[in-house]
Design a protein around this ligand. Structure first.
Ligand code: PEP
Ligand code: MN
Length: 264
């Protein structure tokens, strides 16, 4: 495997003053799977911020398995998220699904998220090379460590080294969980690439009762942060209801993870 840029030297990513990477406290990214309406994103944002979240997440272009379910609010949702994020002075992260929306997402988001389904989308990865904002590259659900490293190298090779990795679980023979969260990827990817890595226990397990223990485990093995799906009424969420937690549950996790931060 050939990497020319990502050589294992530690890189720190700065998101509007929030530093992500070695030597910095874990960054907490929280918010709904999808932005659904103003009330939902406003309430969620205020509560996760009060609980200690640093960055607000919310999908507006959703990569749904079925074409017949909620696909996201698009630009309208992005504007809603931006409005509350500005009021709370929180950076935002949202998924870029296709090159056609690059300018739009670039204009409003502080971190551009590349979803699991697009990790192999090489034209999209190349296009991100021209971008001067951080990109969060989620692991493809069937990607090997080497494929994931080279996907990151695509972005770096085209000019953008502001890359944050995100382990979000891989498909395995196990069906009890939605994916198998591969925490061994955390120390491996940090050592091989030097890039910061965030763990997403929500997609990584698909089950809300596993978010807290896997959050602790992720931080214990050196993750630079977590991304957690939080909803004001999880059972009514229009996407990923089973893995979404309510704001009280998020607050509880925040209070319990402190001993697991920076143990290495
Ligand atoms: C998400 O984080 O909103 C998402 C769709 O995740 P993934 O790409 O990991 O499935
Ligand atoms: Mn989701």
């Amino acid at each position: 495997m050939e990497t020319r840029i990502l050589d294992g030297q530690s890189r720190i990513i700065d998101v509007r003053g929030i530093k992500i990477g070695d030597g910095y406290p874990p960054v907490m990214i929280a918010g709904p799977c999808a932005v659904e309406n103003e009330e939902q994103i406003f309430q969620t944002a205020i509560k996760v911020k009060n609980a200690g979240a640093n960055i607000l997440r919310g999908g507006v272009f959703k990569p749904r398995t079925s074409p017949y379910v909620f696909q996201g609010l698009g630009k309208e949702g992005l504007l809603m998220m931006k409005k509350i994020a500005d009021e709370l002075d929180m950076p935002i992260i949202t998924e870029l699904m296709d090159i056609g929306n690059l300018e739009l997402i670039y204009e409003y988001a502080d971190i551009l998220q590349i979803g699991s389904r697009n990790m192999y989308n090489y034209p999209l990865l190349k296009a991100l090379g021209d971008v001067d904002k951080p990109v969060m590259l989620k692991r493809g659900m069937s990607a090997t460590i080497n494929e994931w490293i080279l996907a990151a190298e695509y972005i770096a090779a085209h000019g953008n080294t502001k890359i944050i990795l995100c382990e979000r679980g891989i498909r395995s023979f196990e069906t009890y969980t939605r994916n198998t969260l591969d925490l061994s990827a955390v120390p491996i990817m940090k050592e091989k690439t030097g890039l910061p890595i965030i763990v997403d226990p929500s997609h990584g397990t698909g089950r809300r009762e596993l978010i807290k223990p896997m959050s602790k485990a992720a931080l214990a093995c050196g993750a630079d942060g977590l991304m957690i799906e939080v909803h004001i009424q999880p059972d009514k969420a229009l996407s990923d209801a089973q893995q979404s937690i309510d704001t009280e549950h998020f607050k509880q996790i925040m209070s319990e993870i402190i001993p697991f931060c920076n143990p290495l």
